[in-house]
Design a protein around this ligand. Sequence first.
Ligand SMILES: *[C@@H]1O[C@H](CO)[C@@H](O)[C@H](O)[C@H]1NC(C)=O
Length: 78
Amino acid sequence: MKATWRIWLLVGAPQAAALPGQKANRTGGLYACPLTHEINDCKRVAIDEGVDLKKESKENQWLGVSVKSQGPGGKIVE
Ligand SMILES: *[C@@H]1O[C@H](CO)[C@@H](O)[C@H](O)[C@H]1NC(C)=O
């Protein structure tokens, strides 16, 4: 059996439209794209969902403007 390393390219999209739970129009976001020859297999990463509108607004927060990884198997820091 061969171990398969899944390699993902993480793409920050600071001007991406909001997810439905974020109650904003444009929050920015993060996409994960497996390194394949496909051009349409990126997935939106469901982070920072939900919002308490009394405390915060996620409008134009530029999520994804900087993305850091701790390396293989590590965590993503945004
Ligand atoms: C989203 O855009 C619409 C149309 O411009 C605006 O009426 C609405 O207030 C915006 N929503 C938020 C959460 O800012």
